[in-house]
Structures are given as structure tokens and as C-alpha cells.
Design a binder for this molecule. Structure first.
Ligand SMILES: *Cc1c(COP(=O)(O)O)cnc(C)c1O
Length: 395
């Protein structure tokens, strides 16, 4: 029997009664838009992450967009982020009219390299792409913001990134779409930066049964602006429009589902650590398992290994595993600086070598908080067998 890549069915079996009861309550009161569950969820999750305000919304993408729009980021602004992320991180920058400025990742964490971020800012200030690669239109831009992504569930290096942002008065957004439930330096994801944007896409650590997202902030003014942007730039109501906004609310039904799923979430975060530990010990000596820096706890949105010397056989390894009922995925096979959508920035493939290498080497394995020891053993032994298989020379 195939092992599910992410086992939402096993999870549902644990929480079914609670999900159904929560959904029934919404069907009974009928307040499908901004019903009472929305506010209850915002309050519950703000408390959990340790943020003053939580603004729920329609997706992780819109969560990022709400923060950028509320801060007034737009044409002529430069926003620094990595090319090794889901496209949404850069897409929202472009949607506001601003320009993404890419900075390579730290190969150990897959997160933005703080030293390179500093270097990119210096290159940008001096207008000198020989110091660090810059987008073609860099001399028309003003540095305004940083979006740090917590790749695969591991928080970025906020101690250093916050210092860099503060020194230059840059707006810092934590893209916590993959890291809800994670921690670093004794604080939870959701509490870093001027705003933190997360996603409730079903496959994320805390997922709903559709699209959803949330932005956290301690800033009263920013929170108020995000609440306005979320509903058509509303002033006193949605027929009083004080800015250009969006329709980006979270459905009441999704909030209800999230409230039911959150009951089990803290214990799932603990179970995820156990699954990751079992993988790490099983995979020792086989492939490079993901590293978690001291003082950090990953939410393990994905369990992603590097194939190293076996990387050129990745397609074949995936096929061999699939034939044995072990699904795998590649996040992300093509960094953003070489995507067609970003060809206008004028970057060369070699500008971000760590992102390129990660894209060529990574393989994500099945991962769920409910993954049992036998399944973990199957994944490990089938991976070992696939790595040992004689490389196909036909071609
Ligand atoms: C999933 C994801 C998003 C977007 O979230 P959606 O809810 O799918 O819109 C943004 N950034 C990263 C890093 C993600 O993984």
C-alpha cells in the first residue's frame, strides 16, 4: 500500500467529530462571511504565536499582499527576498508594482543568507552590481522591505535579519507560510518582523480544507490598515472606500475547520519532531538530512533531503520510489530568478549558485505527524535501495 505524501485522511479520522460539530454550528447560524468563528480563530492564533493582532484572510498569498499594500509598498520600491521559494513570495512584490531583489540562500538552512543580504543592500546603495547581483532597473528603485521565508518550516535567522532591517529602517515581513508552529530564540513563527504572513493551504502545517491565511503584527496602525485592505479598502464600512483594497476574507467555514484542527495542532508539532528524528537517524550516511540550528524548532512543512552525488539520478530515484509506493516531490525544481515571469529582471542563472544547487539536489519525502515507524522504515530502506540501483545508461 502506498504511503501518502501528506496524510490528511489519517488526521481527519482523529478530529472528525470536532470538525463536523464546528461546521454544523456554522450551518446553523448561517453567518458565512465574517461569522463569529473568524474572530475566535484570530484571537486563538494571536495568543498562540504571541502577536498583538491577527488578521485572517483568503490565502497565504493574500496575507503577504495585505502586509505590503497596507505598508504602501509599490512602484519604485525594492523588496529583498530569495529566489528559492514558492512563487507567491515574489509574485506579491510584483503585484504591488515593486521589484524583487534576490539574495541567495544559506545552503545549510535553505533560508536567506543574512551576510549576503547585507552585501546586497550595500551593492544596492552603491548602485554596484559587481558587489552583488542586482535587477536590471536597480538604479530606479528605493530599498523598502525584506521578505524572509522560513523554508520547509525552519525559521530564518531573525536575530540577524531584524538587526539588518532595523539599521536601514526596512519593513520586515516573515513569510511563515511553511513554518506555523515553529520556534526560534524562544519565540514562535508569527511573532517575527513587522508582520508575519502564514498560509492555511491544506498541505501546510496547519491547513484548512480550502484556501486560507493570516497576518500577525504588533503594530496597531498596520493592523488597522490590513483590516481595511482585506475588505475593499474600507473606511467606516465597505461602501466607504478610503484606499484601493481587495476581497481577501477568510470564509467562516474555514475558520471553523481551523478551530477544530487547532485543538490537536500543538501535539502534532511535537509528533512532527519525532518523525523528523526517526528520519534523521534512519537516513544517516545515506543522504544529507535537513539541519536544525540550535535554539530552533522546525514545523517540518516538508522533510527535504539533498541527494548530493546522486542528484543527477533524481528523476530515476523518484520513479523507483514511486513504484514501491513511496511518493516524493521536488520543492523547488526551478528558482525564481530563472523563471520566465522574472526574465525581465535580467538575472543570470549563476547569480544565485546555492539556490541553483538546492534546486538540482533536493527531494522531499512523505511526512505527516501520524507517519508511523514502519512507514518511515519503508521510506528509508526503499531510498537506500534506489540510491544503490545501477544508474541507467540508456537515454
Ligand atoms: C504556500 C506558500 C505561500 C502561499 O500560500 P497560499 O496559501 O498557497 O497562497 C507563500 N509563501 C510560501 C513560502 C509558501 O510555501
Amino acid at each position: 500500500m502506498a504511503i501518502p505524501f501528506i496524510d490528511l485522511k489519517a488526521q481527519f479520522a482523529q478530529i472528525e467529530a470536532s470538525v463536523r460539530a464546528r461546521m454544523d454550528a456554522v450551518l446553523a447560524h448561517g453567518r458565512y462571511i465574517m461569522g463569529p468563528e473568524v474572530g475566535e480563530l484570530e484571537k486563538t492564533l494571536a495568543e498562540y504565536v504571541g502577536a498583538k493582532h491577527a488578521i485572517s484572510c483568503s490565502s497565504g498569498t493574500d496575507a503577504l499582499l495585505l502586509a505590503l499594500m497596507a505598508r504602501g509598498i509599490g512602484p519604485g520600491d525594492a523588496v529583498f527576498t530569495t529566489p528559492y521559494t514558492f512563487v507567491a513570495t515574489a509574485e506579491v512584490i510584483s503585484l504591488t508594482g515593486a521589484t524583487p531583489v534576490f539574495v541567495d540562500i544559506d545552503p545549510k538552512t535553505f533560508n536567506i543568507d543574512a551576510a549576503l543580504l547585507e552585501k546586497a543592500l550595500v551593492a544596492f546603495e552603491k548602485g554596484d552590481p559587481s558587489i552583488h547581483p542586482l535587477p536590471a532597473n536597480h538604479d530606479e528603485l528605493k530599498a523598502r522591505a525584506i521578505i524572509a521565508v522560513d523554508m520547509f518550516g525552519l525559521p530564518a535567522d531573525y536575530a540577524r535579519i531584524t538587526e539588518i532591517a532595523d539599521a536601514r529602517n526596512l519593513f520586515l515581513i516573515q513569510d511563515s507560510a511553511q513554518s506555523f508552529g515553529s520556534e526560534t530564540g524562544g519565540k514562535r513563527a508569527g511573532s517575527f518582523g513587522d508582520a508575519s504572513a502564514t498560509s492555511f493551504f491544506p498541505a501546510k502545517p496547519l491547513g484548512c480544507y480550502g484556501d486560507g491565511g493570516m497576518v500577525f503584527t504588533d503594530d496597531d496602525e498596520l493592523a488597522q490598515a490590513m483590516v481595511s485592505v482585506r475588505v475593499h479598502g474600507k473606511g467606516v464600512d465597505k461602501y466607504d472606500n478610503i484606499r484601493v483594497g481587495l476581497n481577501a476574507r477568510l470564509d467562516t467555514l474555514q475558520a471553523a475547520i481551523l478551530l477544530a484542527k487547532f485543538e490537536r495542532f500543538p501535539s502534532e508539532v511535537q509528533s512532527r519532531q519525532k518523525v523528523a528524528e526517526a528520519y534523521a537517524s534512519g537516513l544517516a550516511g545515506l543522504v544529507e538530512a535537513p539541519a536544525v540550528p540550535a535554539g530552533s524548532l522546525s514545523a517540518w512543512a516538508q522533510y527535504t533531503v539533498r541527494l548530493g552525488e546522486h542528484a543527477s539520478r533524481r528523476d530515476e530515484i523518484q520513479e523507483l520510489l514511486k513504484a514501491k509506493g513511496v511518493p516524493t516531490a521536488v520543492y523547488y525544481g526551478k528558482p525564481l530568478h530563472i523563471q520566465g515571469a522574472y526574465s525581465g529582471l535580467g538575472y543570470a542563472a549563476a547569480d544565485f549558485p546555492h539556490s541553483m544547487q538546492a534546486s538540482a539536489e533536493v527531494l522531499s519525502l512523505p511526512f505527516s505527524p501520524d507517519l508511523d515507524a514502519a512507514s518511515i522504515q519503508t521510506v528509508v530502506s526503499e531510498l537506500a535501495r534506489a540510491l544503490d540501483a545501477v544508474p541507467t545508461t540508456a537515454g
